[in-house]
Each structure stands twice: as structure tokens, then as C-alpha cells.
Design a protein around this ligand. Structure first.
Ligand code: PEP
Ligand code: MN
Length: 338
């Protein structure tokens, strides 16, 4: 249920409505908008209560059939969510570029890649220290050593770092190093992990599960917001379809405008995992920015052929810089900067 307060409602009046809602056994969340305050109530809806609240002079309207992803919805919060990670503003006018290798493979190679993507225009560094691999025999990541290398890269470049946390036991250690904690596609429905990250004082980037519907993905974000973490980024990274020969996943560009309509949260696109092929990264990045993406996450590797993970979907630094150059015009066309 959503309760829109009148634009002139004061704190006392808002508190009164919140108390009525709580007394009925609902949980209540407050959204302070530019024009008015909206209260989101979680609990079963009730026509009689709606009438009662609407009779109060400081209540504008009550909506019973609110979306299941109440707190991430535009109905609850009209203004886009904008927040800062270090000096980087997420969800604002600038399209934010996250780049770096799939996995941290070693100190020298990571620091080199970090410097290269910074020179190529990246705002945030990526890298996996805990890797979710299909094969138990594949490289699983350098774990804490990888996190330390990323932290060193942050010190050298001044860029914030984003890295994946794979399970609840590692939340503390990953959060100690990371500026943004990533939930991978395979963990998008790990509700215990989401609940814990909702209580964390760190931004969280939530990849779309490879077979997740838009609603399931938004519900994953709802777990984070319901626990109090409002700094959430959604990241489209392709979904499984019948195509497996020419692309690894099918990148759902339509998710970008859909998410923007349904939610106030920033939406990023990962064309590396979204396609599995480096040649498709530039065209899909252009499409993502044209569709209104707030940011891109791209895998970049100095020597993709030797990569321990996802080399086929990684750009070399030179191609990355070229791509960033080509994105500028599209960004401007849709009223963004790069
Ligand atoms: C990644 O970004 O490192 C990753 C494993 O992506 P995804 O969870 O989207 O597969
Ligand atoms: Mn990868």
C-alpha cells in the first residue's frame, strides 16, 4: 500500500499516519520526494483503512494495488536514485564506466590493466577475487590476495573498485576492501546473501540472474532496500535463450527502458557477459547508452588470449579506449555526458 501525503504535510502529520499504519501491524517506509512525502506500507491491503486514511486532510491519496517491489518502484520514489562512490556520481548525468579484467590474476597484470582502463576513461575498476566458475577445476580467484591487489590499484589510480561476493561468509572480508559489492547473476536469488548485504553500509550492484524475469530481479533489489540499503545498482548482463552458438547470452537492451520506467534505481549494462564476444561489446555498449543506461561494465584484459577467465569477451585496452571515444556522441544525443 502507498500513502501519498499532501505536499504541505508536516512532520507531525506524517508521524501520525505512520503510527496508524504501524498500529495495524504494517511495516512502514518513508520516501521524501521533491514535492511530497510518500509512505510505503508492507502488509495486507484493506479498503476500509484506505478510506480512513484518505479522510485525513493531510493525506492526498492511498493506493492499495502497489507493485510487489514497492521500495524500488517509481510509485514509491519518483526521483531517480543518485549517490556517490568516492568522487563518482552514480545515476546522475554522466554515464559511468566500469572496466577491468574478469578476474584478478596477479599483481603486475592487474595494476597494468587498471592504469590502462583509467587512461581509457574508466571511472570504476572491476575485477573478480572470488570467481563463480562452472567448472570446479577452473581458476577460482586469488581471494583475499586479489582484494589486496585491487585495493592497491585503487590507491594508485584513485578509482573506486567493485568486486563480487559469492557467499555470506565472505561479506565482511569483501566489504572491507570493496567500494561497491557485486552480487553475481548466479547469486541473484540467494536471499540470505541479499538480506545480509541489505544491512551493509556499502553500495551493492545486482546482476540480473541469467533466467530471471524483470520482476524477480527487482524483487532481489527489494531485499536490499527492505533491509535499509538504498545504494543499489541494477546490472543487465544477458539472459539465457535458445541461442548458444553466436552469443553466450542474449543481452536484453529492452530491460534498460523498462527498469527506468518501473524503478528509480540506476541501471547498468554488461555487454561482456551479455554477449560473450569482444566484437559485440562496442555495438552493444552504443545501444545500451542510446537506450538510457546509467553505466556500463566492460571486461578489459591486456592479453585476452592468455586470460584465465572470459578472455573471449574482453577488450584489449586500445580497443576499449576507441570504444569510449565512440560512445561520446551517443551519450550527448541522449542528453548524457561521458
Ligand atoms: C562478473 O561480472 O565477474 C560475473 C561473473 O558476471 P555474472 O555474474 O553476470 O556472470
Ligand atoms: Mn567474467
Amino acid at each position: 500500500m502507498l500513502v501519498n501525503m499532501n505536499s504541505g504535510a508536516n512532520e507531525e502529520e506524517i508521524l501520525e499516519v505512520e503510527t496508524w499504519i504501524k498500529n495495524l501491524g504494517y511495516s512502514v517506509y518513508r520516501s521524501i520526494g521533491e514535492t511530497n512525502t510518500i509512505l510505503g506500507a508492507i502488509g495486507s491491503s484493506n479498503e476500509e483503512f484506505k478510506k480512513f486514511l484518505e479522510a485525513l486532510s493531510f493525506v492526498e491519496k492511498v493506493t492499495l494495488d502497489s507493485p510487489p517491489f514497492l521500495l524500488v518502484s517509481r510509485e514509491f520514489k519518483k526521483e531517480k536514485t543518485v549517490f556517490k562512490v568516492g568522487d563518482v556520481e552514480i545515476g546522475g548525468g554522466k554515464v559511468i564506466l566500469i572496466a577491468g579484467p574478469c578476474a584478478v590474476e596477479g599483481r603486475e597484470s592487474y595494476l597494468q590493466a587498471a592504469e590502462a582502463v583509467k587512461a581509457g576513461g574508466a571511472d570504476i575498476l572491476r575485477g573478480g577475487a572470488y570467481k563463480p566458475r562452472t567448472s570446479p577445476y577452473a581458476f577460482q580467484g586469488l581471494e583475499e590476495e586479489g582484494l589486496k591487489i585491487m585495493a592497491e590499484a585503487r590507491d594508485i589510480t584513485g578509482l573506486p573498485i567493485v568486486t563480487e561476493v559469492m557467499d555470506q561468509h565472505n561479506v565482511e572480508i569483501v566489504a572491507r576492501y570493496a567500494d561497491i559489492v557485486q552480487v553475481g547473476a548466479r547469486n541473484m536469488q540467494n536471499y540470505k546473501l541479499l538480506t545480509e548485504l541489505g544491512q551493509l553500509n556499502k553500495p551493492v550492484l545486482v546482476k540480473r540472474g541469467m533466467s530471471a524475469t524483470i520482476e524477480e530481479w527487482l524483487m532481489a533489489a527489494e531485499y536490499l532496500l527492505s533491509q535499509g540499503n538504498k545504494r543499489v545498482i541494477l546490472c543487465e548482463r544477458g539472459i539465457r535463450t535458445f541461442e548458444t552458438t553466436y552469443t553466450r547470452n542474449t543481452l536484453d537492451i529492452s530491460a534498460v527502458p523498462i527498469i527506468k520506467e518501473l524503478s528509480h534505481l540506476p541501471i547498468f549494462v554488461d555487454p561482456s557477459h551479455g554477449t560473450g564476444r569482444w566484437k559485440l561489446i562496442a555495438p552493444m555498449s552504443l545501444a545500451a547508452v542510446a537506450a538510457g543506461a546509467d553505466g556500463l561494465m566492460v571486461e578489459v584484459h591486456n592479453t585476452p588470449k592468455e586470460a584465465l577467465c572470459d578472455g573471449s569477451q574482453s577488450l584489449i585496452p586500445e580497443k576499449y579506449s576507441q570504444m569510449v571515444g565512440s560512445l561520446k556522441g551517443v551519450a550527448e544525443t541522449v542528453g548524457r555526458t561521458l
